[in-house]
Design a protein around this ligand. Structure first.
Ligand code: GTP
Ligand code: MG
Length: 297
């Protein structure tokens, strides 16, 4: 039996989280067209008769001096050294430049077996594919290079074959039915964050933080009750999230409800969603601590 941890690495928006979701056949990590959506390490688990692969989805690596990006970089580097295999995902639509160089050299430095996936096959021209292939061939002579579409579930079986080929022998790390190790509060808050940024992407891409304050289960009524807060940095941003006559918050609530319901099939669900302003949460140590605590769960 094979068993491996697989770090998923690549530039922002390459399709890392989409890939983990497609492989695990479940939404374990949120996705969006906005770069740097994934903030924490997310584990997605895939098990079949060959064994188990534990995917660690990481924040997209950006070269930047901003503090939050530095933290993200640290997360990426530590993920690299921890894993048995690296799954390096490249957005085939973007010609590799300086940023891609940095990632490639980090991966090489880690000295871990690597599988490369040129992603977004569904929208690539032959020329674009060849560009990325050329970049990889010069740097990863010994690594398999695959062409995938994480979104359209194309090339994924071939990818799994390569990953299992490189995986060491070992016992299952998680129960064969699990697909993630995230706690419930974190998964719920991530779903709400996804719906909020995807609805209001132009207005407030990275300025929100979602917190589940209450999560209760009533056994007699088989009912799950959740209260969550969308925290903004400034009071003025509250209005954007709430929207005219509450139309935005209503949409966010409806879309979140649908996904959260999948976590609790067969139970009644009540979702109380509110918005509040927390002064400068980026600089608020308590909030940052919570984010980085969740990251290491
Ligand atoms: N056409 C196409 N789009 C894709 C594919 N895979 C991902 N995408 C899209 O690319 C965007 C980014 O995908 P994510 O999975 O969030 O990317 P990521 O690498 O996790 O990004 P960060 O977490 O921000 O680093 C989303 O809009 C996806 O729908 C693909 O195979 N084909
Ligand atoms: Mg992501």
């Amino acid at each position: 039996m094979k068993s491996a941890t697989v770090s998923v690495i690549g530039r922002p928006s390459a399709g890392k989280s989409t890939m983990v979701n497609t492989i695990c056949e479940m939404k374990v990590s949120i996705t969006s067209p906005i770069p740097q959506t994934t903030r924490n390490k997310i584990r997605g688990i895939y098990t079949d008769q060959r064994g188990q692969l534990v995917f660690i989805d990481t924040p997209g690596y950006h070269i930047s001096e901003k503090t939050i990006n530095k933290k993200m970089q640290e997360v990426t580097v530590s993920a690299l050294s921890e894993s048995d295999i690296i799954l390096y995902i490249l957005d085939g639509k973007r010609a590799p430049k300086k940023e891609e160089e940095v990632i490639a050299s980090l991966i090489k430095e880690a000295g871990v077996s690597t599988v490369c996936a040129i992603n977004k096959k569904d929208i690539l021209t032959k020329e674009e594919e060849e560009d990325v292939r050329f970049f990889l061939k010069n740097r990863f002579e010994k690594s398999p290079i695959l062409l995938t579409s994480a979104e359209k579930d194309d090339g994924i079986d071939e990818l799994l074959i390569e990953l299992f080929r490189l995986a060491p022998e070992g016992e299952l790390m998680y129960d064969e039915n699990s697909y993630t190790d995230q706690n419930l509060e974190f998964r719920i808050s991530e779903i709400i964050r996804e719906k909020t940024i995807n609805l209001l992407e132009d207005e407030l891409p990275h300025t929100i933080f979602v917190e589940v304050s209450d999560l209760e289960y009533d056994e007699d009524e088989n009912k799950v009750w959740i209260r969550a807060f969308i925290n903004t940095e400034r009071d003025g941003q509250k209005g954007i999230i709430v929207g005219k006559g509450g139309e935005n918050i209503k949409k966010i609530r409806q879309a979140s409800f649908k996904d959260i319901k999948k976590i609790f099939p067969g139970s009644k669900l009540e979702l109380d969603l509110r918005v509040k302003a927390v002064a400068k949460w980026r600089n608020n140590q308590a909030v940052l601590d919570k984010i980085f605590r969740d990251m290491n769960k």
